[in-house]
Write a protein that binds this ligand. Structure first.
Ligand code: AMP
Ligand code: ZN
Ligand code: FE
Ligand code: FE
Length: 291
């Protein structure tokens, strides 16, 4: 049975493999397709597509946008055109929000007595998406904490002394940006919303009205019960089902590409359905694929 992975991160955000390394690894694991869904950027997509042209594997252009909500809500977008005006502006705004926040985090860390600069953090990040995981990595490398987890738990997480709120899009705005750019907006890992079944049903209903097209049913840390619950929601609201590992390379070493924590298997059939839903199969970024 051919398997795929529709949720991965590269060095373009906070993953540790470059886009081409990730695509090569997916190929050597026997995956049929892999989606690149970096946080708030599509900068890794070109390189991944380039690598996919050299080997027998399909790359799906994607993005994962963090949106404003009580808990961690992420909206995945598949096949949006990064050069569509609204998507270009949205991605630029998201970069800007980080550029406003990050120096404030550094200032807080400095006042806590840590010798850390924005330059060091940017160097670790490599790309234009600089986030808290990179700040945590610098704290780790300098011996201020013993793990990334500790950096968040002691300093960077909500309510901790170096936390600074980042401006975010509303869920509706992220959905609109993806849809208006020819992409399919999908609710990522519903588990992290920490909602009751009733609350989640209400939320999905709200997001469907805004244009949500799918829900990430299969995910590394979803239990069987959760998977069944999200499957039920997908059926109730006639949403596409997606699935992925959320692979980040060695910065989340417990998650393997394609396999998640070991047992994840995402059937290629889900991607077939995704493509069928794309208007004529040639909207958004997909139009660049065959040219
Ligand atoms: P940012 O978008 O820069 O605010 O960073 C958010 C990212 O940090 C999330 O996508 C997670 O990958 C990571 N993160 C958030 N909370 C934690 C935590 N408690 N421990 C480890 N990583 C975290
Ligand atoms: Zn991440
Ligand atoms: Fe996420
Ligand atoms: Fe992710």
């Amino acid at each position: 049975m051919p398997y795929i992975d529709l949720h991965t991160h590269t060095t373009a955000s906070d993953g540790t493999l470059s886009p081409s390394e990730l695509v090569s690894q997916a190929y050597s694991l026997g995956l049929r397709a892999v989606a690149i869904t970096d946080h708030d950027t599509m900068e890794g997509v070109e390189e991944a597509l380039e690598q996919a042209r050299k080997i027998e594997i399909e790359v799906i252009p994607g993005v994962e946008i963090s949106v404003d909500f009580a808990k961690e809500m992420h909206i995945l977008g598949y096949f949006p055109d990064p050069y569509a005006p609204l998507m270009e502006r949205t991605l630029e705004d998201l970069r800007q929000y980080r550029m406003e926040r990050n120096p404030q985090i550094v200032a807080k860390l400095n006042s806590l007595g840590f010798d850390i600069t924005l330059e060091e953090i940017k160097q670790i990040a490599g790309g234009s998406i600089v986030g808290r995981p990179h700040i945590a990595k610098v704290l780790l490398d300098k011996g201020y904490v013993e793990s990334i987890k500790e950096a968040f738990a002691e300093y960077l997480a909500l309510g901790k002394p170096a936390y600074v709120k980042k401006e975010k899009l509303t869920p509706e705005a992220a959905i609109e940006a993806i849809a208006a750019s020819g992409g399919l907006p999908v609710l990522a890992h519903p588990k992290y919303l920490e909602m009751t079944e009733e609350e989640l049903d209400g939320l999905v209903c709200r997001l469907v009205k805004a244009g949500l097209k799918g829900i990430e049913v299969y995910y590394s840390t979803h239990s069987l019960e959760e998977t069944e619950q999200y499957w039920g929601l997908a059926k109730k609201y006639q949403l596409l089902l997606t699935g992925g590992s959320d692979f980040h390379g060695s910065s989340k070493s417990e998650i393997s590409l394609g396999k998640g924590t070991g047992t994840l298997r995402i059937d290629e059939e889900l991607l077939v359905k995704l493509k069928e839903q794309m208007i004529g199969g040639r909207t958004g970024f997909s139009q660049y694929l065959n040219e």
